[in-house]
Ligand binder design. Structure first.
Ligand SMILES: Nc1nc2c(c(=O)[nH]1)N[C@@H](CN(C=O)c1ccc(C(=O)N[C@@H](CCC(=O)O)C(=O)O)cc1)CN2
Length: 294
């Protein structure tokens, strides 16, 4: 393997240590940052992520917890709960775990969360603030985590050719917005590719930094990467693997073995971007709490 690993777990641990210090400072001023996570249904992966968020927020000294609702919860019942959390002064951050059951419209739910408690950064007001460069909103945790990883790893984005594969509202679009903005972790020249992009490899091969968030297991192979590029894999896919006791394994959107022969630096899956998502959620929650006192 030629590439050096970018260790998301270690970087996330250092962000979480910073957050814990900020939480301690707020507690001295009589404010205990509170995060409430809402999980609807019994999706196993979601339950794992929510459990990880709960544990991380507790370890950082925050209050709150998870409200678990059955899969047949109505949209109205969920909206009523959010109204109640919106009005609760002890709750600084509200997060509704995605995906939601099919009978609930995620956009309606996201719009119902008070923008100043939307620590996921999904509300249109927060997305709009990101686009126009206002720093008083919240930025979606996964793209914010990627920028933090690049900054803390000393990867220069200024003037870099960055290709983002994936155009989701949660990752691809905010990722591109962060990369083009005129400040540290930005100033890049950005191309967004997606499922309708013609000759994807001709774009990815130009990238100094390649960020892949397409949701297709191992779709980017070493021959699609410019030698020496930095590769950030946002993908999280479970694929069948008869050699594992579980019968499956977790992999990213990048074919790690071939990519690591070509790239200069690369994030693994697991242990790359995933842990950063949770660290940035904690950071957003501390910011939400800070804004209530300053
Ligand atoms: N309301 C939200 N829903 C979802 C979000 C989100 O940011 N807000 N993102 C994803 C899931 N997600 C957080 O919720 C998430 C996914 C993965 C990880 C993570 O740390 N993964 C580990 C591996 C875990 C495993 O072994 O299964 C890793 O990459 O090392 C954290 C958060 C969709 N929903």
């Amino acid at each position: 393997m030629r590439a050096e690993l970018i260790d998301g777990k270690a970087i996330a641990a250092s962000v979480r240590a910073d957050v814990a210090r900020d939480v301690a400072g707020l507690r001295e001023r009589g404010v205990v940052p509170g995060l409430t996570v809402v999980l609807v249904g019994d999706d196993m992966a979601s339950a794992t992520y929510v459990g990880a968020k709960e544990k991380a927020s507790r370890e950082a000294g925050m209050a709150g917890g998870t409200i678990r609702l059955p899969a047949d919860t109505t949209q109205d019942a969920l909206l009523s709960l959010i109204t109640q959390l919106n009005g609760d002064a002890a709750v600084h951050g509200i997060l509704v775990q995605m995906p939601l059951p099919k009978h609930i419209d995620p956009d309606t739910v996201i719009r119902h969360i008070r923008p100043d408690k939307d620590v996921d950064g999904f509300h249109p007001e927060n997305v709009g603030k990101l686009l126009i460069g206002h720093t008083d909103g919240f930025v979606s945790c996964t793209p914010a985590g990627v920028i933090e990883m690049l900054l803390r790893s000393g990867v220069e984005t200024r003037g870099a050719e960055v290709v983002v594969v994936g155009r989701s509202n949660i990752v691809g679009k905010p990722m591109a917005a962060l990369l083009v903005q005129a400040r540290a972790g930005g100033d890049a020249t950005v191309t967004i590719c997606h499922s309708r992009t013609k000759d994807l490899a001709s774009h990815t091969r130009r990238a100094d930094i390649l960020i892949v968030a397409a949701g297709r297991a191992e779709m980017i192979t070493g021959d699609m990467i410019k030698p020496g590029a930095v590769v950030i894999d946002v993908g999280m896919n479970s694929v069948p693997d008869a050699t594992r006791a579980k019968g499956s394994r977790l992999c990213g959107d990048v074919h790690f073995a071939s990519a690591a022969e070509v790239a200069s630096r690369i994030t693994p899956v697991p242990g790359g971007v995933g842990p950063m998502t949770i660290a940035m959620l904690l950071r957003n929650t501390v910011r939400a709490a800070e804004r209530t006192v300053s």
